[in-house]
Design a protein around this ligand. Structure first.
Ligand code: FE
Length: 334
């Protein structure tokens, strides 16, 4: 299905008439997530949006296509993927007053290559049965021996885990981060395995009491017939870094280096950062909008509120290599 969707999208890109005002998008994000936005944008501006969905290989494809690439805009999630695109040289800076007023400074690239659209927090999923309200309040606390044999996580080298460890590193330095990783590892109920949702399933099954997961998976599980019971067995707790806030990552947008429809792409990127579009986008994937004056959906709000960490995401991206090295040093997955 993925391949077929990509083929259809590619055909659309290739066959779009040259005279029409249009913008071409390569997206890591699923088509159903962005359809409401592209439709609203076209209705407002008359500019057509052609979306090619790709699960993997977005950056490789842009590199291979070079100047001939039809893509004007890329849509993706996670700072590590965004920085991967910037480092590969397939993006170019874009800066307008609208973008600057819609997107808080910590959620865009100081060099203006990428702009954040929504955030997701990486939080604790806690058993409703065995973990008391407020029993876990900080990330630091995850290494406390009181959690021995009670925590489940996915692989420590997964991008979401490395993002959290990178933030820990930025706050505490290498020595303390290594000790934290070792403490967390010592508290695991089982070897790291599975994805974020598999950890919640393990809580439901009684294998552990808390896990780490991105917030939007709560929404995904609640919408799934089989997984709803996993979601119902847990509560979200929003830990903070001591004296700071809750770790967040972003979904973001960038202008490609090869962009031909620059004016249309600029309008589209500005539209995506608008409060109204962010709220639609955030609701579709149970994320948090970031523009001033915006609010998450009712469902997402019902999970609780939090203060996001104050680190610039580029600081997190910059700590990535060392976070990976420390994770391997403590043999987190072993
Ligand atoms: Fe995810």
């Amino acid at each position: 299905m993925t391949i077929r969707t990509a083929l259809i999208a590619t055909t659309l890109l290739a066959s779009a008439p040259a005279f029409a005002a249009e913008v071409n998008v390569y997206s890591h994000r699923q088509p159903e997530l962005i359809a409401p936005l592209t439709e609203a944008f076209t209705a407002k501006t008359g500019i057509d949006v052609n979306v090619a969905f790709m699960d993997k290989g977005l950056v490789e494809r842009l590199k291979a296509e070079g100047d001939r690439s039809p893509a004007d805009v890329i849509l993706t999630v996670d700072i590590s993927r965004i920085v991967e695109a910037v480092d590969a040289g397939v993006t170019q800076p874009i800066e307008t007053d609208t973008l600057k007023s819609n997107v808080p400074a910590i959620y865009h690239d100081p060099q203006n290559h990428w702009w954040g659209l929504t955030t997701r927090a990486r939080v604790v999923y806690a058993s409703r049965e065995t973990v008391a309200d407020g029993e876990i309040t900080t990330y630091e606390d995850l290494a406390d021996p009181k959690w021995k044999g009670r925590i489940c996580t996915r692989s420590g080298t997964n991008a979401y885990m490395i993002g959290l460890t990178s933030a820990y590193l930025a706050h505490h330095g290498a020595e303390e981060t290594k000790a934290w990783l070792q403490g967390l590892k010592d508290n695991l109920a089982r070897k790291p395995q599975g994805n974020d949702r598999a950890q919640v399933k393990a809580i439901w099954a009684g294998e552990c009491d808390i896990s780490l997961g991105n917030t939007y998976y709560m929404g995904k599980m609640l919408a799934d017939e089989e997984q709803k019971q996993w979601a119902d067995s847990v509560r979200l707790e929003f830990p903070v870094f001591e004296g700071h806030g809750t770790h967040v990552n972003i979904s973001g947008v960038a202008l490609t280096k090869s962009a031909k429809n620059t004016d249309e792409a600029t309008q589209f990127i500005e539209f995506l950062t608008s409060p109204q579009a962010q709220e639609i986008y955030a609701e579709a994937n149970s994320e948090y909008p970031i523009a001033p004056g915006t609010a998450p959906s009712e469902l997402v709000s019902s999970w609780g509120s939090f203060e996001p960490d104050d680190l610039n995401l580029m600081t997190i991206a910059g700590a990535r290599a060392e976070a990976l090295r420390l994770t391997e040093e403590v043999d987190y997955d072993g």
